[in-house]
Design a binder for this molecule. Structure first.
Ligand code: FMN
Length: 155
């Protein structure tokens, strides 16, 4: 019987970003056990109710035009005020796929999540530059670490 839920909100508009998302899910599944339920969705489909039901969150986005993807921004635009004061200390982690840089998306997400008073459980994973297959085990490790931490109740 699941006791907690890990929500993955991943914007994955390309084969590479879908491979990153799938690796993340694989890692999370490897550590979820029977007590942690996993849920993965596009930011366009994610609602504040989905976040309110979760005990942990991983956000994945691309960097576009020096900022988080519009899809990810849409999620925050729709949900920010519903989540403010309701989700303080929510454990979260972020991964960003950035063909060039990643700084703008990282800073924007940090600022918004600080505003929500969420608890970042590890430094943002920025997968920068030309795509490398080695990004995938990094995402897998992130998913595993988050799921293991939530399952063990250490966040
Ligand atoms: C419209 C557009 C704007 C982009 N702007 C940025 C940017 O500002 N910084 C950056 O690092 N990458 C930028 N990129 C590259 C994307 O981050 C990258 O293509 C995306 O993460 C998907 O990764 P992939 O090409 O490996 O599939 C942009 C891509 C597109 C399509």
């Amino acid at each position: 019987m699941p006791e907690s839920r890990l929500l993955i909100i991943s914007h994955a508009p390309s084969p590479n970003t879908r491979a990153l998302r799938d690796a993340l899910i694989l890692g999370a599944q490897s550590q979820a056990g029977e007590t942690l339920e996993l849920s993965c969705m596009s930011p366009f489909d994610a609602s504040s109710e989905d976040v309110l039901k979760a005990q942990g969150l991983i956000l994945g986005t691309t960097e576009n035009f020096g900022y988080m993807a519009g899809a990810s921004k849409d999620f925050f635009d729709r949900c920010y005020y519903d989540l403010l004061d309701q989700t303080a200390a929510l454990p979260y982690a972020v991964y960003i796929r950035a063909g060039l840089d990643g700084t703008g998306a990282t800073n924007a997400i940090n600022n918004i999540c600080n505003g929500l008073k969420w608890k970042r459980v590890q430094a943002p994973l920025v997968l920068q530059g030309k795509y490398q297959r080695s990004f995938e085990p990094q995402c897998e490790a992130l998913g595993a670490a988050m799921a293991a931490g939530l399952s063990a109740g250490i966040f």
